[in-house]
Each structure stands twice: as structure tokens, then as C-alpha cells.
Design a protein around this ligand. Structure first.
Ligand code: ZN
Length: 280
């Protein structure tokens, strides 16, 4: 199943991502229009859907797609979660669970947005984003995939100059400017993916491939990350997890390369789709 947030309404999406069907209308009001209200009832939704084909009658304009989980109670982001990326940053490979930070909720957007560049050095990070369909504490790693509603494509945009200045790196704030956390274009349930533990993710700047990795190289896999987070915090349906970026970011280049006004950033995950940001 694929679910998008089309102008604030939950919409089922067809396999090629061209058309949708309004979920509240298709279910005769069984499910609410507001996508945020689906996650606490995710198991019920999956059981109801069961591969059924609605009338696909809504065109899906990318710029009308919001974040599939529009009001998560928590947003987690994982740093340095691919060894080659940890190496290129010079920050070193993590020992145990990689660093965890948040991207503040006001930075969340949908798939196709214009992002105003703040002062500083703005860098790209394509990531697979997991959205939770159930929560709890002390989840077993073996059960963690069943807590995931689905996966989306995300960008963890970052202002490096201030992120790395000062006595300790400060990830959360400097990765939370307006538009710095686009997620989309929709959520795809793990059962639709050939292998949800081995997805290709890539991004281009003005058509040039700058990142191209696979989630099988994650230091902390998606289920391991969810299980570890749940040992500390309670997880809630609708929570969003940015799972980390592979190598190829701008700060790892010689000389470093950052985004400029007019650049077009396209991020893709195999089996899910792509999101696109224009920098201004
Ligand atoms: Zn990141």
C-alpha cells in the first residue's frame, strides 16, 4: 500500500505513482481524511486495504504532496550511520548506536518545495525515512519492522558552518531551518519492497549524481535503530525516523561543495520514488 498526503487529505496511491484515491471517500468514512489520524489505526487500515483497487481518480501533483506524517509527536534522525559517510565527515565511526538528534517539526515539508538558503554552508543528505505505525517501549529488533507503517524518501538538509562550530557539534538546530526536512512523495509499506533492508538511495544536484548508496550498509539497520530508540524513549504511531545518509555529501569533498541559489536537488529511493527541492 502507498499513502500520500494530498493537500492535507490521506490518499491511496497507485503502483506507478500517477493517480490517487481519497481514503475517507473510498472507505465510506471508516478512515479520517487527516493523514495524522491513520497511524494510531495502522493495523486496521492495512487489514482493510488488503490489495483492494479503489477508483483511481485523483491526479497527484508533486507540489501538492505534504509530509505523509504531518504532525509526528517525535522526529528522530541518525547521524554517521554509514561508515563511508562517517569517514568523509572526519567525525569518526560510531561505537554502538550512532548519534541521535531531532529535526524540529517546523522544518518538515512535503515532496516538492522551494527552500530558502540561510546564511552559511547548506549541504545535502538523502535518507530513507521510516514512519511508525505502532509504538511502545522495549521493542525487540525482530519485531521492529512490524512497528513500521512505511518508508519514504527524505532530505536531511544541514547548515554545516554553525552545526560544527562551538564546543560541541549542534545537529538539531542547524538542520531545522524552514524546508530543511522534506519527506515524500508518499509512504510505501515494507511488504511492497523486494528487500526493505537493502534499498538503493541516491541524490543529484542539477542532474549530477552526488550520492548513491544502499541501506544494507547502514551501521545501525532500521529495525536495530527502532529497537534501540525504544529502550530509551516511548515511540508513538506517526513518529518519523531519518535513518542516516550515505557518503557523497558536500562537506566531504575537496574542496567542500555546498548548495547555491538555483540548484535543484533530487533525492530517490528505489521502489519508493523521488522528492525535489529548488534552492533559492
Ligand atoms: Zn542525516
Amino acid at each position: 500500500m502507498r499513502i500520500a498526503n494530498l493537500e492535507g487529505r490521506a490518499v491511496l496511491v497507485n503502483t506507478d505513482g500517477t493517480l490517487g484515491a481519497d481514503l475517507a471517500a473510498s472507505s465510506d468514512g471508516l478512515f479520517a481524511a487527516d493523514p495524522a489520524l491513520l497511524y494510531p489505526r495502522w493495523g486496521e487500515l492495512v487489514a482493510w486495504y488488503d490489495g483492494w483497487e479503489p477508483a483511481w481518480d485523483l491526479p497527484l501533483r508533486p507540489d501538492a504532496l505534504g509530509c505523509p506524517s504531518p504532525r509526528p509527536r517525535q522526529i528522530f534522525a541518525i547521524g554517521l550511520n554509514y561508515a563511508a559517510h562517517a569517514d568523509e565527515t572526519g567525525l569518526g565511526r560510531p561505537d554502538g548506536l550512532p548519534p541521535v538528534f531531532t529535526k524540529f517539526a517546523s522544518s518538515l515539508t512535503g515532496a516538492d518545495v522551494v527552500v530558502d538558503l540561510p546564511e552559511g554552508d547548506v549541504d545535502w543528505e538523502v535518507e530513507v525515512v521510516a514512519i511508525l505505525g505502532s509504538g511502545g517501549r522495549d521493542l525487540a529488533e525482530a519485531d521492529a519492522w512490524s512497528a513500521v507503517a512505511g518508508l519514504s524518501v527524505g532530505q536531511d538538509l544541514s547548515e554545516r558552518a554553525r552545526q560544527l562550530a562551538g564546543p560541541a557539534p549542534q545537529f538539531s538546530l542547524w538542520k531545522s531551518f524552514a524546508g530543511f526536512s522534506p519527506v515524500g512523495p508518499w509512504l510505501v509499506t515494507p511488504d511492497e519492497l523486494d528487500d526493505p533492508d537493502d534499498l538503493r538511495l541516491s541524490c543529484t544536484v542539477n542532474g549530477e549524481v552526488v550520492q548513491d548508496g544502499r541501506t544494507r550498509h547502514l551501521i545501525s539497520s532500521i529495525p536495530h535503530t527502532i529497537a534501540e530508540l525504544s529502550r530509551v524513549v516511548e515511540l508513538y504511531p506517526g513518529d518519523v525516523v531519518f535513518t542516516g545518509t550515505p557518503d557523497g555529501v558536500g562537506m566531504g569533498r575537496t574542496p567542500p561543495r555546498y548548495l547555491s541559489a538555483g540548484d535543484v536537488l533530487v533525492s530517490r529511493v528505489e521502489g519508493i520514488g523521488e522528492i525535489r527541492q529548488v534552492l533559492r
